[in-house]
Design a protein around this ligand. Structure first.
Ligand SMILES: Nc1ncnc2c1ncn2[C@@H]1O[C@H](COP(=O)(O)OP(=O)(O)O)[C@@H](O)[C@H]1O
Ligand SMILES: [Mg+2]
Length: 497
């Protein structure tokens, strides 16, 4: 088996919390960075497109004005697209000279090319002019515009990144000239660099912060649990009185404390009934043992006749039988209650079984001059342990005969009631007072004050345990002075139908 290092609950919470928090942050940061970059790039492109439009407008209107000024002087100038190379270069140069200081073109480099892609004018004099790359020229001459990232030498030896929009200016479906607008990307790049730096700095800080807050939160959450643990440590078999103080809140922790206290209640009850049981049991076997001891001691005081020894041994044997019966009964009870035995499932015809038992005990009844009536309205069949069921009815019959005074009557009836087999044993005995009635099924409990009657108070506990193991129940009704009625109900087996 694999052995794990013990990891405290608190540590697990902290770990989990920190991992989740960091992952969220990393994903969020990554998304933020990407999105921000996309937006900045789009801004640059939008700027280039809008500048490109205004540059073309500005060139056109510049030439219109030149034409008007010339007309005032009586000179007629051509349309832009009709200019020859030299005239166009001159016009472009003039436009550049006029517009190079335009604040609208701040941070924008405008370069004008002729139809062949030869540079004719530029708003900024670069260290080295950048000719149109062949692939760019090819695209633009096909009538399309193009976005490209270029390296531009601003000061000698230092390249800077630029983005360039190159496009053709069409007049009457024909390319008249080409324009390139460029803007530096250094601001964009440094912004992204800063954002990256911030994110990388924030991440470890946030992880530390989340770990700390998880540590703190887990501490608060686990404090009541610690209390419960401390109380539980104090509790042992000899100190079952301690209870956990319930917290004010109505939450799981309170429920845990309540459940724990309830468990302690049950444990305490079990322990005390265990103690009572040991006391009762010791008492029960102490009496016969004391009798045996006394008789043996007296007998041994002097030499006795064989007859006298025999009497003593017989009497001792009787007491030993009493002890054996108590121990047997207790063993039966313990096994029934622990349910660590398998009930055999004989098919039992109740009326027949009870009638047999009645026959067995009739001699005893006759000795006490008791009338025994047996009545059956039905012979219900139940599935169960024949020997155990015998024990049930023998115990009840034994009680009836034992407690009913001479001249009384015992009535036994077997029948069926609301789908249950029913066996009733009634007597005209002394009855049981209402205060004692609920306790007669307890172990060792005897309601009778008459010590001459044999018994240990285990009979009815066994009756109840056996009947309940058969999923049945025992009822008792009793009127002091008039008699008692014990009724056993057992589930019918399917063969009755
Ligand atoms: N038929 C009965 N009539 C009056 N009292 C009864 C009857 N059956 C049981 N009891 C009372 O219930 C007590 C418990 O019965 P039981 O468990 O059989 O113990 P035991 O027979 O050993 O005294 C008896 O001591 C007696 O006081
Ligand atoms: Mg009894």
């Amino acid at each position: 088996m694999k052995k794990f290092l013990p990891v405290s609950f608190r540590a697990r919470i902290i770990m989990l919390y920190t991992i989740i928090f960091s992952l969220t942050l990393i994903i969020f940061g990554f998304y933020l960075y990407k999105d921000f970059g996309r937006r900045l790039n789009r801004n640059v492109e939008d700027l280039l497109v809008s500048r490109a439009d205004s540059v073309v407008d500005s060139i056109e209107s510049f030439w219109e004005k030149e034409k008007m000024d010339a007309a005032a002087k009586g000179i007629k100038l051509d349309e832009i697209h009709k200019l020859d190379e030299a005239q166009f270069a001159l016009m472009a140069q003039n436009w550049v000279n006029k517009r190079s200081k335009d604040p609208l073109l701040f941070n924008i480099v405008v370069t004008i090319f002729d139809r062949q892609g030869k540079e004719v004018a530029s708003t900024k004099t670069l260290v080295r002019s950048i000719p149109l790359r062949n692939d760019i020229l090819a695209t633009v001459l096909r009538g399309q515009s193009r976005l490209d990232d270029l390296e531009v030498e601003m000061t000698r030896g230092r390249l800077a990144p630029f983005r360039a929009l190159t496009f053709p200016v069409m007049i009457d479906d024909k390319i008249s000239y080409l324009v390139r607008v460029m803007t530096p990307l250094s601001a964009l790049h440094s912004t992204m660099r800063e954002l990256r730096l911030i994110l990388f700095l924030i991440l470890p800080l946030a992880i530390i912060f989340s770990g700390l807050s998880a540590w703190f939160l887990a501490g608060i959450t686990l404090r009541p649990v610690k209390k419960i643990i401390n109380t539980a440590r104090l509790i042992g078999a000899e100190n079952l009185k301690a209870r956990i103080a319930l917290p004010e809140s109505h939450d799981e922790i309170r429920l845990l404390a309540e459940t724990f206290n309830e468990m302690l209640d049950r444990l305490e009850k079990t322990f005390s009934s265990q103690r009572e049981f040991i006391e009762d049991f010791s008492h029960e076997i102490k009496t016969p043992l004391a009798i045996i001891k006394g008789e043996l001691e007296v007998t041994l005081k002097k030499i006795r006749s064989v007859k006298e020894y025999e009497t003593t041994l017989h009497s001792s044997l009787e007491e030993i039988d009493r002890i054996i019966k108590v121990v047997d009964d207790l063993l039966t009870l313990a096994r029934l209650e622990a349910r660590d035995f398998i009930l055999s499932s004989d098919s039992v015809k109740l009326a027949e079984l009870v009638q047999e038992l009645v026959k067995e005990v009739e001699i005893l009844a006759r000795r006490k001059n008791l009338r025994v009536d047996f009545e059956k309205t039905f012979n219900p069949q139940v599935s169960g342990d024949r020997d155990k069921l015998k024990k049930v009815f023998l115990n009840l019959l034994d009680n009836a005969i034992k407690f009913t005074p001479a001249g009384g009557r015992i009535g036994i009836a077997v029948g069926v009631e609301s789908n249950l087999a029913k066996v009733q044993i009634a007597d005209t005995g002394p009855g049981i007072s209402p205060e004692q009635l609920p306790r007669i099924f307890d172990r060792f409990y005897r309601a009778t004050k008459d010590d001459s009657l044999p018994g240990s108070g285990l009979g009815l506990s066994i009756v109840k345990a056996i009947v309940e193991a058969h999923r049945g129940k025992v009822d008792v009704e009793s009127k002091p002075g008039q008699g008692s009625v014990f009724t056993v109900y057992l589930p019918l087996s399917s063969s009755n139908y």
